[in-house]
Design a protein around this ligand. Structure first.
Ligand code: UD1
Length: 392
């Protein structure tokens, strides 16, 4: 019986924690050959390589080394270079995760070559077509053969778009698999000590955590200024640490907004927005876990904060992850300074709510995904492994 051949595509930072649990599950499963392809959309040590080390993701079998560029450039280059990989290796299925340019590019290539596409994190919709990710999500879902969904809203969205019922699989959230697996290890991170927030295992001082990188928030000088000046007010009560995405750093410099950040060299800050380099997975997880408040425009952080039980204010007008608001700790506050300040005030004076994990966000999503893939493409393998298990 031929092995099942799976090629997976990753490209940008939020892809790495999603692919790690899937790669590990594939490694544990007999009868699967796997090739990991990195598009090279993110290429820095801090934006890419450190995640491979910390999450024990094997070195990519292929790196397409596409690098930065316009959306058309990135998408087209990934397509051109990935096509050769698919033609040469002939996978049975290509796994794509999330909603970045590399996701859509790989899905298009596979689909046009008649290779099945499995989209992990399908069905999420912000209904905001000015977001590049929304375009990537809708197009990827439209050409995927297996749609792995993280939350109920995803199923509803796909049904409304007339996706056939037998293509939709509600499996939970692989990003949470990664968090569950690494939370204890992250607790040993020394980042809190390094930032002067904790001495010898004492209770950490109160602090906020900020991330910001969406084009809609950072590419316009007035919008970025308003956001930073508002967060600066929040940071009068406690320091707000800000691991700065390269795109945002460039814009802050370009627009001359550095005055909203504290001195880079500050130790034991007690207030102000404190800039940090982009953090690795474990240090960032530790920072999230102990934060009093998270302010973000990221998608994944809305989900992670929900599981950690840390209040999250999302600096966007919408979310494609409504379960984090309905059941989790997330509030959509947009960019209105009054709304942001009022929400921060409320959160800081309120008791923390108990964590209510959304359905199937239980650390076992990758197992479900691999099982579905076997059922679809090599059911014989499932039968033989279950016979083996029952014999044992
Ligand atoms: C991409 C994704 C976004 C995701 C984000 C996470 C798309 C459309 N966007 O946005 O969904 O939330 O990644 O970070 O795919 N750069 C570096 N080093 C790197 C990579 C990028 O310095 O390793 C700089 C370059 O100046 C580049 C800029 O960051 O031009 C933006 O990178 P890019 O991949 O175009 O988009 P992101 O904003 O990171």
């Amino acid at each position: 019986m031929a092995n099942l051949r799976i090629a997976s595509m990753v490209g940008a930072r939020p892809n790495f924690m999603k692919i790690a649990p899937i790669v590990h599950e594939i490694q544990r499963t007999p009868g699967i050959e796997h090739r990991l392809v990195h598009s090279g959309q993110h290429y820095d040590q801090q934006m890419s390589e450190s995640f491979f080390d910390e999450l024990r993701i094997p070195k990519p079998d292929v790196n397409l080394e596409v690098g930065s560029g316009s959306h058309a450039f990135q998408t087209a280059e990934v397509m051109k270079r990935f096509e050769a990989v698919v033609l040469e290796w002939k996978p049975d299925v290509v796994i794509v995760v999330g909603d970045v340019n590399s996701t859509l590019a790989a899905a298009l290539v596979a689909s046009k070559l008649g290779v099945a596409v499995a989209h992990v994190e399908a069905g999420l919709r912000s209904f905001d077509m000015s977001m590049p990710e929304e375009i990537n999500r809708k197009l990827t879902d439209a050409i995927s053969d297996l749609l792995f969904v993280t939350e109920q809203s995803g199923i509803q969205n796909l049904r409304k778009e007339s996706v056939a019922e037998d293509k939709i699989f509600f499996v939970g959230n692989v990003m949470i698999d990664c968090l569950v697996e690494h939370r204890k290890i992250a607790a040993k991170s020394e980042i809190l000590g390094r930032l002067g927030l904790q001495k010898d295992g004492s209770v950490p001082l109160a602090y906020g955590l900020l991330t910001l990188h969406r084009p809609s928030n950072v590419d316009d000088p007035e919008i970025l200024r308003d956001i930073l000046s508002t967060i600066a007010k929040v940071s009068e009560k406690m320091p707000v640490f800000f691991p700065v995405h390269p795109r945002s750093l460039e814009r802050i410099r370009q627009f001359g907004l550095g005055r909203y950040l504290t001195e880079e060299k500050a130790t034991t800050p007690t207030r102000g927005i404190v800039p940090l380099a982009p953090q690795g997975y474990l240090d960032f997880l530790c920072l999230m876990d102990h934060a009093r408040l998270i302010l973000t425009d990221s998608g994944g952080i809305q989900e992670e904060s929900t599981i950690l039980g840390v209040p999250c204010l999302t600096l966007r007008e919408n979310t494609e992850r409504p379960v984090t608001v309905e059941q989790g700790t997330n509030q959509i506050v947009g960019r209105d300074p009054k709304k942001i300040l009022a929400a921060a005030e409320r959160v800081l004076s309120a008791e923390r709510r108990p964590v209510k994990a959304p359905e199937l966000w239980d650390g076992h999503t990758a197992e479900r995904i691999v099982k579905v893939l076997l059922e679809k493409f090599r059911p014989e393998l499932l039968k033989s492994s279950s016979t083996e298990t029952s014999r044992r």
